[in-house]
Design a binder for this molecule. Structure first.
Ligand code: CU
Length: 344
């Protein structure tokens, strides 16, 4: 409410200033004096100059104030490259922005209406035009080529020894799947999805019987990790901000992203100076009513710690399939019944 009031007051003040200026301009026209117009021009020149300082001051102030909300140092290898390109782009465009804005307000001030001042006729300058085309073109090329160079490195094929994890997004949570001891993930079929088979595992495929569906994601420090990203319903977005990983989860089209974690959770707590720091997987695509709650805890640890954790996990098959249930048939019937209910 207070913000609205302040904005309202500022808008009214500006309106009043403009009104006064208009009125005095009309008065000067009526009176036929140029002095008043010059006086106005001077006032506006100072107002604009003042605006420039408030504008840049505001930028600097908000940067300092919200600095603590910026992402900490990247926790993945490729994230450092992304940050470097980002900073380079920001430095180049930021410098151009400051220079052009200062020039804009400076010219407004310097060339205000003055007695006996005449406009200088300066229609073209080919040399100047040539340089202000060539220099930005060089900078743009450097930025684009650097960006492409890293983009192909980041989106290239994952190393052979990469750990593979599948993550499925659904309204409104993530389902992670690790291959079991055999290192192979079992087949799945969307038509088999039901409450007891949340990603539609095909129990006829023995490779899937040791697959693990844990409640949190665990990565290994220094180990290339490839994520197969899927969606069960609408578009989601697999976002690991601390690792600079972000990829859409598209229904029907698996996407992938690979990266190498650089710091364990413990190390990252020291980097950030926050003893309670935890990594997090978020959904970065507004996907419905509870989108904000769509997240999953992420832990990065050493290989030994990871082995101990995964060793203690039960396979999904053993958790959802009571020994007596004739697995494939039961699942199939329920799936069909569900579809019928939903009118599919
Ligand atoms: Cu989502």
């Amino acid at each position: 409410m207070t913000t609205f009031l302040i904005v309202g007051i500022v808008v009214l003040l500006i309106a009043i200033i403009v009104r006064i200026a208009k009125t005095s301009e009309m008065v000067s026209v009526v009176k036929g004096t140029k002095e008043t117009m010059e006086e106005n021009s001077k006032t506006f020149a100072y107002i604009f100059l003042g605006f420039m300082f408030v504008f840049f001051g505001g930028i600097a102030w908000s940067l300092m104030k919200y600095k603590s909300h910026f992402l900490p140092e990247s926790a993945s290898v490729h994230g450092v490259w992304i940050d470097n390109i980002f900073n380079l782009t920001l430095a180049v465009t930021g410098l151009v922005f400051v220079l052009t804005q200062v020039a804009l307000f400076y010219f407004l001030f310097k060339y205000r209406q003055r007695k006996n001042a005449k406009a200088y006729y300066y229609p073209e300058n080919h040399k100047l035009e040539m340089w202000w085309t060539i220099i930005p073109a060089i900078f743009m090329t450097v930025l684009v080529v650097t960006g492409l160079f890293y983009w192909y490195k980041i989106t290239g094929p994952a190393p052979e020894d990469a750990m593979v994890i599948e993550v499925t997004g659904k309204q409104f949570n993530w389902i992670a799947r690790y291959p079991g001891k055999d290192g192979v993930m079992g087949k799945r079929d969307y038509s088999l999805i039901n409450d007891n088979n949340i990603i539609g595992m095909d129990w006829n495929d023995n490779a899937g019987k040791d697959d693990i569906i844990p409640t949190e994601l665990h990565f290994v420090k220094g180990k290339p990790t490839k994520i197969i990203i899927r969606s069960r319903d609408v578009m989601h977005n697999f976002d690991l901000p601390h690792f600079r990983v972000k990829m859409d989860a598209v229904p029907g089209i698996p996407t992938t992203f690979w990266f190498t974690p650089k710091y364990t959770t413990e190390e990252m707590r020291k980097v950030t100076g926050n003893p309670k720091f935890n990594y997090e997987l978020a959904c970065a695509q507004i996907c419905g009513q509870s989108h904000y709650a769509m997240k999953m805890a992420v832990k990065v640890e050493t290989q030994e710690e990871f082995n101990a954790w995964i060793g203690g996990q039960q396979s999904y098959y053993t958790t959802v399939m009571p020994a007596a249930a004739p697995a494939p048939v039961a699942v199939d019937t329920t799936a069909k019944a569900e579809s019928k209910k939903a009118g599919i």
